[in-house]
Design a binder for this molecule. Structure first.
Ligand code: ADE
Length: 235
């Protein structure tokens, strides 16, 4: 089917990350699979399938593959929050994935660069240029939208002092850190589905990250929604 006629898959890892989509959409059909609910909806003139994956790379990969197999989306958008690694970013600023890397994948002992999936040459997953271009034109009041590198791993990052943080900022040049984007990127790339990860900064991945995360989660989820709304209106 023509890509424009196919649904757009929208994935968030937590209720607060998908609630604006469900509130603003016309629900057409709801299906459950292994405790995961897929909502087929109409949103800003587009056919969409909205789903909460749960937190972490395994849930994200599992749900993304199911979304692709069952609903054949023309594109996949991940919407959510992240910790900032780039010092120029403030709470509420949005990072669009140009590139995603699974920073916790480490087979250096076998001679593979960190982040590379052994025996595949896969390391940096590139998001779709058209999606980046449209989302990047969103204007937010009081916050900026940038395009950069999103790093993914199964860890909530809370310190600036560790070697790990240096690796993430000085070697990988990460702008934002989160727990699902890299696995969505891998699944979409292998299925040849255009994707973008849209992440709003909820914290600075430092000592105050847990408190900030809880405080700014609703605002951050809202800014990602505003960017994705603009994307849906103009895609
Ligand atoms: N998502 C939001 N903040 C995060 C952090 N500090 N580490 C990992 N994922 C996050």
């Amino acid at each position: 089917m023509d890509r424009q006629k196919r649904a757009i898959g929208i994935i968030g890892s937590m209720d607060v990350e998908i609630s604006h989509y469900l509130k603003n959409s016309e629900l057409k059909r709801e299906t459950s699979w292994n405790g995961i609910t897929f909502y087929e909806t109409g949103l800003f003139g587009k056919k969409t399938v909205v789903v909460k994956s749960g937190v972490g790379k395994v849930f994200a990969a599992m749900v993304c593959e199911r979304l692709i197999d069952e609903f054949d989306p023309g594109a996949v958008v991940f919407t959510g929050v992240a910790g900032a690694l780039n010092r120029e970013l403030d709470i509420g600023d949005v990072v669009l994935s140009r590139v995603c890397i699974q920073y916790d994948l480490d087979a250096e002992a076998l001679g593979f660069p960190r982040g590379e999936i052994p025996y595949t040459h896969l390391r940096e997953f590139k998001a779709d240029e058209a999606l980046i271009d449209i989302a990047g034109r969103t204007k937010l009041e009081g916050n900026k939208v940038i395009t950069g590198t999103i790093l993914t791993g199964d860890q909530f990052m809370t310190t600036k002092e560790t070697n790990e943080h240096k690796y993430l900022t000085e070697e990988l040049h990460g702008d934002a850190i989160e727990m699902e984007g890299g696995s969505i990127a891998q699944v979409c790339t292998l299925n040849k589905i255009p994707f973008i990860i849209v992440r709003t900064v909820s914290d600075r991945a430092d000592g105050t990250a847990a408190a900030d995360f809880n405080k700014f989660l609703p605002l951050a989820a809202r800014n990602s929604f505003d960017v994705v709304k603009n994307l849906l209106l103009n895609y």
